[in-house]
Design a protein around this ligand. Structure first.
Ligand SMILES: [Zn+2]
Length: 454
């Protein structure tokens, strides 16, 4: 049985590799040509959804339909109507959730599906199923983005270290399992492992390529600078957490390479920085990306949206049409100097749940995004931090670097206080020193909003 698993994994990897070549051929095409490819795929997706999904049959009539006329799909609704939404009647939500909870190792569901869940900061679980073609588009985006970073399959094989720690049901674990077919040498380490154990394992493995959350890389940068970690990297990548320009600078100074940032969603939308490091190119040939405001109206480039509506053009088994993803994107108004015509996000803020709504001086509220706390990462004595919204204001938890002076709390408090003041927010700031911060799935939540009352 395990033999079947390995063969399937190799075959699925091959499908991803072929898809990555198609994405490569598309990435510099003129906009009109990209729009044509997108429309063709969209028509195929909508036809398939209407024919095989009771849920989508209710949502749009037969014949050509403008995407903007189809109602926005909320994650809660997708979960409630999951059994009607999928196009294979053998896929039942409760059974899948039960199946995935009892896995002890990487496996395919009924030998033909990858199944994963998302937790979501709001605690609402999401369930996603991919068949081979749908997963090939995920692998294709990953492989294409990796090629931009200089990580291509090679002989001798490249040594790749990935610090994650997410559960088996998380997309990153299944992505790593897909990758572990012998193309690269892969070392997987838990981000939650004590730092001296991470350092020892990395020194032994000597990766050429490192991928981790920014806060984890920042901690390793300190070890590298102190001479305890001795890595000679050709490239590295970060994702999923806030990375401010100051953090990038500290990481680049320690390792001698500028980290590539990337964006990955379980819904199927991926994006990577190119060699210009000037925003993240989203694979908008694999998904339709709609950046919208609170009322679902399109937001022009240069303006932050409220959420992103994702339509996955390759997942026919669980059609995702205009699914609302709570990320705050600002699209770049100008084309990138690299010549790629894929849409570029100038900024991607953390999940919307991490944006704070603070009382404004003189009434009303002010929205504060995670990046606005970059005043904290600018301080070289800060290793990592977390901002927690509390009834009386903000509590900032700070883990200091070795040798941080006694005035750290006062300095951070003044800097954050000034930043909030500049934004017009009325929020007293309290700073506390900690030895470590709690992580979820290895990931550090930088900003924790207070749940709305009632
Ligand atoms: Zn570019």
């Amino acid at each position: 049985m395990r033999l079947g698993y390995h063969r399937r994994r190799v075959a699925w990897f091959g499908a991803g590799l072929s898809q990555s070549k198609r994405f490569a051929a598309q990435e510099r095409l003129p906009q009109a040509e990209l729009a044509r490819i997108r429309r063709q795929r969209l028509d195929r997706l909508l036809d398939h959804a209407r024919e095989h999904s009771a849920f989508y049959r209710e949502r749009f009539p037969p014949g050509p339909v403008a995407l903007e006329r189809i109602p926005v799909l909320e994650k809660a609704e997708m979960m409630e109507r999951f059994d009607d939404l999928v196009t294979d009647p053998g896929l039942r939500r409760d059974r899948l959730l039960e199946w995935i909870d009892t896995r002890r190792r990487d496996e395919f569901f009924e030998d033909r599906y990858r199944v994963m869940t998302t937790s979501g900061s709001s605690g609402r679980k999401g369930l996603f199923v991919y068949d081979r073609a749908g997963w090939a588009a995920i692998g294709g985006q990953f492989l294409r983005g990796s090629a931009w970073m200089g990580l291509r399959p090679a002989i001798p094989r490249r040594r790749l270290a990935m610090l994650g720690g997410a559960s088996l049901t998380h997309m990153s674990s299944q992505g790593a399992a897909t990758l572990r077919v012998g193309v690269h040498k892969v070392l997987g380490l838990a981000a939650t492992l004590p730092v001296d154990e991470q350092v020892a394992a990395l020194n032994r493995f000597q990766p050429q390529f490192l991928n981790a959350y920014p806060s984890v890389v920042l901690r390793l940068a300190e070890e590298q600078e102190a001479g305890r970690l001795r890595l000679s990297l050709t490239a590295m990548s970060t994702s999923s957490e806030l990375r401010t320009p100051d953090m990038t600078e500290r990481i680049a100074a320690a390792f001698g390479v500028v980290p590539f940032d990337f964006y990955a969603t379980t819904e199927g939308l991926f994006g990577y920085e190119c060699e210009r490091h000037d925003g993240i190119h989203l694979f908008d040939t694999a998904s339709v990306v709609e950046n919208v405001d609170e009322d679902g109206r399109p937001v022009p480039p240069g303006t932050p949206g409220t959420r992103v509506l994702v339509t996955n053009l390759h997942n026919l088994v669980q059609p995702i049409v205009r699914l609302a993803v709570s990320d705050v994107l600002t699209l770049h108004p100008e084309p990138c100097a690299c010549g790629r015509s894929l849409v570029r996000a100038a900024a991607i803020e953390g999940r919307r749940d991490d944006a704070l709504s603070l009382p404004a001086r003189g009434g009303g509220t002010v929205t504060v995004l995670p990046a606005q706390f970059s005043v904290i990462t600018r301080d070289r004595a800060v290793r990592e931090f977390q901002v927690r919204q509390e009834p009386g204001g903000l509590r900032v938890l700070v883990v200091p670097c070795a040798g941080a002076g006694p005035d750290l709390e006062q300095r951070i408090g003044a800097a954050v206080g000034q930043a909030m003041d500049d934004l017009g927010a009325d929020a007293p700031v309290l700073v506390e020193r900690r030895d470590e911060l709690a992580r979820r799935g290895g990931k550090l939540q930088i900003v924790v909003a207070r749940p709305p009352e009632g």
